[in-house]
Design a protein around this ligand. Structure first.
Ligand code: SF4
Length: 463
């Protein structure tokens, strides 16, 4: 694994007779945000039904299952585990019944004080069913539910810290909330007869929902039969939207934090071309990570853009493991270089990140073998020196190559003729977002919300 892992995706529908089906399509569009498990909870006002399983959205649901998820309100989730192991019990939405009410949660992000809150709740007699930080939120909300949902959410948000975009569903209401720093994206769309809430706008497009706006950092949005109501949580904090959502996670056809992801990535390439005008024969990405920055570099520099490596789109998640002697098989089965295009050429590869460096090293070795004359690499962000505690699963600091080696040492390790990184000023410049409204902690180590450096994704399992 030489790229950070996706986190989670949320999609909710209210006020549509095919709510579960629409949610299915929404999750389909958000599959890139999590491939370990998926689930949908739906309500017809009287009964709440759910279906969750491990695997990909199209493998988990079929027509019959979706027909059973009746009602005009539904909540869905795709998951990659950032807290809690990859087990069915940890699949979301996570649902409880409390005081005669059904509460289901879909959460994206990591709470940095979940461990602490959970210990306090357990001390007071709460019994937890999962090892997810998201369950903490439901316990806190349930504790104050008698004061009404709105007040319960305000009191919950006053206690939890860290990164969360979430949607909570009762029998007749969807509540969307975003942490006061706004780490993760969350937006609202309008259907003819209702509303949707989604991690990214690409899912709105698929279900023909019109983008209304993003949920503001620190905002609680309550949607039910009475319409849509915004409630400020009252917690003030500086915005710190995750730059890595723009660099890598979000789909290029999404708009997040007010930016179009595709155009942002092209701009990164353009700024790389200005900072590193290289004398090479062609520019190419390793698909699909550097595609859009490579287009930006090529258009800005006038160099030919080539797809020098071809991806096999049909490689499944598992294949028979090759024997030890079949070196580099895992990389080769996915990507194959076009020998006739690259032989004797001076090649520039655009990458969106180098995390451990192992995959890049293997790929570069393959290009050398087929006769590329020079291999240069430019990365469209600064070196990753610090781990993320807000819901992105990079390797631990010990495994981050840039935490251990200088740029020259990384160049030699990967086997390149030259290596350059976009600097932090240019990275921020590629957005139209002020520097102070972004989280850049994995590059500069300045964590906007104090973190527990002992955090691991399974830390709630060692109680
Ligand atoms: S540390 Fe990096 S990956 Fe994590 S939230 Fe901040 S910018 Fe995003």
């Amino acid at each position: 694994m030489d790229h950070p892992r996706e986190k989670c995706g949320i999609f909710a529908v209210i006020g549509h007779e095919d709510a579960a089906k629409l949610t299915y399509f929404g999750l389909y569009a958000l599959q890139h945000r999590g491939q370990e498990s998926a689930g949908i909870v739906a309500s017809d006002g009287n009964h709440v039904r759910e279906h969750k399983a491990m695997g990909l959205v199209p493998d988990i649901f079929n027509e019959g299952i979706l027909d059973e998820l009746k009602g005009n309100i539904a909540l869905g989730h795709v998951r990659y585990s950032t807290t809690g192991s990859s087990l069915l019990v940890n699949a979301q939405p996570f649902r409880v019944r409390y005081s005669g009410k059904s509460l289901a949660i879909a959460h994206n992000g990591n709470l940095v004080n979940a461990h602490e809150i959970r210990a306090q709740l357990e001390e007071a007699g709460s019994i937890f069913q999962t090892t997810m930080d998201s369950e903490v939120v439901l316990h806190l909300t349930a504790k104050c539910i008698r004061k009404g949902l709105e007040q319960a959410m305000i009191e919950t948000m006053a206690q939890v810290k860290g990164a969360y975009s979430m949607a909570i569903m009762t029998e007749d209401t969807i509540i969307a909330a975003r942490d006061p720093n706004g780490f993760r994206p969350l937006c609202i769309g309008k259907l003819d007869s209702g509303y949707v809430v989604s991690s990214e706008t690409c899912a709105l497009d698929l279900v023909d929902a019109k983008f209304i706006r993003e949920v503001e950092p620190g905002e609680i949005v309550i949607i039910n039969e009475a319409g849509l109501r915004s409630v400020p949580s009252g917690i003030k904090s500086r915005k710190s939207q995750c730059i890595f959502e723009l660099i890598y996670f979000a789909r290029p056809d999404s708009n997040i934090f007010g930016e179009n992801v595709y155009l942002f990535r092209k701009e990164q390439g353009k700024l790389l071309a200005r900072a590193f005008p290289l004398d090479v024969d062609l520019v190419m990405p390793f698909p699909d990570s550097g595609n859009y920055a490579a287009i930006g570099y090529a258009q800005s520099s006038g160099l030919p853009y080539e797809m020098g490596v071809i991806r096999n789109h049909y490689v499944g998640r598992t294949f028979i493991q090759p024997s030890q002697s079949m070196r580099d098989f895992g990389v080769k089965v996915k990507l194959n270089p076009v020998r006739e295009l690259l032989k004797d050429k001076r090649v520039l590869i655009i990458e969106d990140s180098i995390i451990r460096g192992t995959t890049a090293k293997t790929r570069v070795r393959t290009l050398r073998k087929i006769g590329a004359r020079e291999i240069h690499m430019l990365v469209s962000c600064p070196p990753h020196r610090f781990p993320c505690y807000y819901g992105i699963d990079f390797s631990s600091r010990g495994e981050l190559i840039a935490a251990q080696k200088t740029v020259d040492e990384i160049r030699d390790y990967v086997g390149l003729d030259s290596l350059g990184y976009l600097d932090i000023e240019d990275l921020v410049k590629a957005t139209r977002i002020p520097h102070g409204d972004l989280c850049l902690a994995c590059f500069d180590g300045r964590y906007p919300v104090p973190v527990d450096v002992g955090f691991t994704k399974t830390c709630l399992e060692v109680d």
